[in-house]
Design a protein around this ligand. Sequence first.
Ligand code: 3PG
Length: 400
Amino acid sequence: MTDVVATYYFRPKEGVSPDWAARAIAEEQTTGTWTEISTRQNYVRYLDGRIGDIIPTGQGYTCSITYPSEIFEPGNIPQYLSVVAGNLFGLSRLAAVRLIDVEFSKDIIPFKGPGYGIEGIRKLVGTTDRPHVGTIIKPKVGLNPKDTAEVAYEAAIGGVDLIKDDETLTDQKFCPLNERLPLVMEQLDRVRSESGRNVLYAVNISTAGDKIVERAREAVRMGANMLMIDVIVCGFDAVRAVAEEPGLNLPIHVHRTMHAAITRNREHGIAMRPLCRLVRMLGGDQLHTGTVSGKMEHDVTELRGDNLALTEPFFDLKPVFPVASGGLHPGGVDKEIRLLGRDIILQAGGGIHGHPDGTRAGAAAMRQAVDAAVAGIPPATYAQDHPELKRALDKWGIAN
Ligand code: 3PG
């Protein structure tokens, strides 16, 4: 069996040696505890964590800890997380500790991964290599089902490839899922018959652990063509449960609300990278990883590495479509594509519905910005004979 290697950054408190700190992490997560114990028999020691080189990094150190495969119960994601990302974060003699990455071994990936992946989603939409454009219906809550569907129509006919619910819209009284979903799908059918384009709708099925699979089934019965799960608040296993449920067979759009409470601190918590690897293992087809021009805090190098973790060869698991979302607008598209490449979904809520001429024009402007970038034409030049893009750039400017 191949072992699992986790890489940590840590900063010990004053007077605590880096060797002690690394050992404290390794022992806490495997066979030891804060003191010697008489029950740590010799025969359990094969499960000890092995500490790699301790390398000074910034104000602290990085080191890898190798966990023997046997310590993991295959398929039990909560248990995996308890090992690689458990008690260690609370150790009081460490000022900070961050899980940077995990190399999972094939032995503990009894999962099929994404059902569709980038290629499968491109087939559904009918694209070859251009970035996809998505939108989040705004306002995120409050619209009734009929108006939600109308906004979906406008965005779709304007040119988006994907429409999604926002994270706080699930099944509230003002917009019940069983009314919203059929109406949106009806509008997307209309778009197909008018334009020949197939547009996906990621309906938010995020809910309690014991209800999410049933909600996914209901969505399928009502004609959904994509499901959305908020992975941090629902739990990683929710993605697995829905991905593995027989008969559902729909692509899964994975949102990550609340992730920044875990990922944002560069010294403490869990970087996005291990979360990317988990979502890919568990069967997410699309995952939000951030933008390089938008409203959310980001680090370009980390983000590019995160997207690579979703797309580079990883055993036999299909690549996941990275989603750039959060404060994106047509003026940011060129930069996004330059830095993140074409296998990307560029998603804009405010950046589409806030267009001076409305949603349809906003969607057209996003698509024009993508077409310009793909053709290698500067957005301002392309905008000269694309009025929707021109109006968007006049409002929001161009990110550089
Ligand atoms: C998201 O789901 O990423 C946000 O709702 C994006 O909305 P925005 O494009 O208006 O920032």
